[in-house]
Design a protein around this ligand. Sequence first.
Ligand code: NAD
Ligand code: TYD
Length: 352
Amino acid sequence: MKRHILITGGAGFIGSHVVRRFVTRYPDYRIVNFDLLTYAGNLANLSDVEQAPNYTFVRGDICDAEAVGEVFRRYAIDGVIHLAAESHVDRSIRDPFTFARTNVLGTLTLLHAAREAWQGAWAGKRFYHISTDEVYGALGFGDEPFNEGTRYDPHSPYSASKASSDHFVRAFHDTYGLPTVVTNCSNNYGPYQFPEKLIPLLVNNIRLERPLPVYGRGENVRDWLHVEDHARAIDLIFHEGRNGETYNIGGGNEWRNIDLVRLIVRTTDRLLGRPEGASERLITYVTDRAGHDLRYAIDFSKLRRELGWEPAFRFEEGIEQTVRWYLENREWMERITSGEYEHYYEQMYGNR
Ligand code: NAD
Ligand code: TYD
């Protein structure tokens, strides 16, 4: 095998797309997916590649130094793509400690393991940390998008924990010389996203004719990128990015939440054979998220200039493909929304 790559969080939403891409595109790489399988991890996301000869799954916790060290030794890991994290802002508001543990201590544990395993023989090694644009804080409507020099200003426990992990990654580069790279990406959408996040939650609720919760007045703005465009950027940057650098990844595709909700409603209604817009009656304005960031937008011109990356999906087509996928994969959705999920949903939105 030419390379031995550890992908953490590979059973999650973005991780599963990255694992699939690497396993199928690089048959001469060994891909080791290390994932704890929390509520957000789901091996069904990878059922199409689990038999591939270059793929290995290891269940484990990134905070468990012994288990992580063992994976580095056993599989002679020479590259890390680190996605494992607690990833949902609303959960971080309820339970910030889990976010500090997984996102900060887990990342530190991985950094330490890489440093121990590689022992200064940095040639051919890479530690790639996946982060979010939320570390930059919130923009006003007229502000310029975030660039790589924007000051960190996280507001939620989630973004504070991701910001902290980004700092640890850069500190390991600057202090020990670990060959690291960090990327900060905007909101992803696409198949296999856990339905606590806005888009799959909407599609599922429209199908079930449940209320569609819109926080505050629905005026917050997010930049949306198809998850396969993100996975393609990760592939490119893992191979060609410069050590010690940060790259922003974005869609150039800002949507006000309420406009996005209406687009999802129209698309889902059409695909379900209902009159387009019929489900708008389900839109329900609910109490705003505490500390809700007004707007995120990303300047990804560095990535475009240096590595030639651009988003490939047109948003309306990406949304149509995504909604169709959730409707056609009802069993996947029903499996993860049974049991524990109902409890989460009731706590978040009440018994609507
Ligand atoms: P996700 O919640 O869907 O998946 C997270 C995965 O990490 C799950 O498979 C879970 O089992 C695993 N995990 C959690 N704790 C773990 C632990 N202690 N040890 C090992 N595995 C553990 O998340 P996602 O949306 O796919 O996000 C992946 C990464 O990308 C995260 O680091 C997130 O901060 C970042 N990111 C996400 C977005 C987005 O829009 N979803 C945007 C930018 C960056
Ligand atoms: P989300 O998918 O949780 O991503 P993030 O908080 O990381 O941006 O939410 C996207 C936007 O949608 C965000 O502004 C919060 C809002 N939102 C709702 O209005 N209702 C919901 O039920 C959810 C989950 C999110």
